[in-house]
Design a protein around this ligand. Structure first.
Ligand SMILES: NC(=O)c1ccc[n+]([C@@H]2O[C@H](COP(=O)([O-])OP(=O)(O)OC[C@H]3O[C@@H](n4cnc5c(N)ncnc54)[C@H](OP(=O)(O)O)[C@@H]3O)[C@@H](O)[C@H]2O)c1
Length: 328
């Protein structure tokens, strides 16, 4: 992965050059829009300095992201659309070679944009073509044509519809499959990553292959009610103690730790004060002792493929357990 250099003073946020594709450098921090993001929430994120916006066809937030960027340009918060890094994702029902380019064109229509900065395969799971149904049914799962789909992703970049292409929720094994035939290697793997799910093996693998890692759920995710437990990150006693000593919030300690791993992140907040707080992590550092304590935190994955794709057992064509193993 590229080095975290100091970036444009306008945003005062560092950026990372991607090793593959023609995208502008990716900002170290991004705004997530998985939860029905209203246009005003995205606009507030742009206003406080977020320049990476993360959306997906599955989230239903592409229109509000596009409207927020257009509004920000009209209001002079952005000189042009080029000032933001926009990521979107191909959903599992669209993971068929002939559907990839049309799906990206639909995403661009939703966003009212000419190109994406980054287009990702959302999950290494393929479902029958059709409307996005949630949760997915196991009988709709079909084998994933990794080579055919990746060739179509490469076509998206060649056509200039996406400046860079990548994947999300891919393990080292899935990445190996793609790298075996890729003409254009994935620029990014977007995965769950935070002090409670540190992904050490995956990070080392991606660093070796020049694939930049982007962390999602950097504060532990949205809703822990289904697990019957509290949020492992925001509820962490280790992080709370470090936060108290540093005079920071737990959220800031988590986000700073991720940044210090050379990983960029996307966080969701619809609260302007918390948005600002989340950006305020670049003028202080964790100590060696803090890092050691964080390295000892017991690991627990929050987003599980099984919970997303099947409530009634494993898919026939995909071993979902392969995606949830701890790759220490
Ligand atoms: N590729 C994938 O499969 C995938 C999966 C999951 C997520 N994502 C992406 O990653 C984004 C972020 O992940 P996420 O939404 O799962 O979880 P997250 O960003 O880790 O956590 C969001 C939660 O933290 C709260 N929060 C934000 N800043 C805070 C702060 N400073 N202090 C305390 N609480 C704070 C938010 O509430 P408020 O809004 O009230 O501040 C929200 O409830 C998503 O929106 C999506 O774009 C991708």
């Amino acid at each position: 992965m590229g080095s975290l250099g100091n970036a444009a003073p306008a945003a005062a946020v560092p950026e990372v050059a991607l090793r593959s594709g023609n995208a502008r450098p990716i900002p170290a921090v991004g705004m997530g829009t998985a939860v029905a993001a209203p246009m005003n929430a995205v606009l507030a994120a742009i206003e406080v300095g977020f320049r990476h916006l993360d959306t997906a066809s599955m989230y239903g937030s592409e229109r509000s992201v596009g409207e927020a960027v257009a509004a920000a340009v009209r209001r002079g918060l952005l000189a042009s659309r080029e000032e933001v890094f926009v990521t979107s994702k191909l959903w599992s029902t669209q993971c068929h070679p002939d559907l990839v380019v049309p799906s990206l064109r639909e995403t661009l229509r939703n966003l009212q944009m000419e190109y994406l900065d980054l287009y990702l395969i959302h999950w290494p799971v393929c479902m029958k073509p059709g409307p996005i149904a949630f949760p997915a049914k196991k009988e709709d799962a079909v084998p994933f044509d990794f080579e055919g789909v990746w060739r179509a992703m490469e076509e998206c970049q060649r056509l200039g519809l996406a400046k860079a292409i990548g994947v999300s929720n891919f393990t080292t094994e899935h990445l190996g499959k793609i790298l075996a035939f890729a003409t254009i290697p994935p620029a990014v793997n977007q995965v769950e990553l935070n002090p409670v799910w540190q992904q050490r093996k995956l990070r080392a693998y991606c660093a070796d292959k020049g694939i930049h890692v982007v962390a999602y759920s950097p504060l532990g995710g949205q809703d822990w009610s289904r697990t019957g437990e509290g949020n492992g990150v925001l509820g962490s006693k280790v992080l709370a103690e470090i936060a108290r000593r540093r005079g920071k919030t737990i959220a800031q300690v988590s986000l700073r730790w991720i940044y210090e791993q050379g990983v960029t992140w996307i966080v969701k907040s619809f609260n302007k004060e918390r948005l600002k707080q989340n950006l305020d992590i670049f003028d202080w550092k964790l100590t060696e002792e803090d890092r050691h304590k964080i390295s000892q935190i017991p690991q627990k994955k929050y987003v599980t493929a099984a919970a997303l794709f099947s409530t009634e057992g494993e898919f026939t064509s995909v071993n979902l357990a392969d995606m949830d193993i701890v790759e220490e």
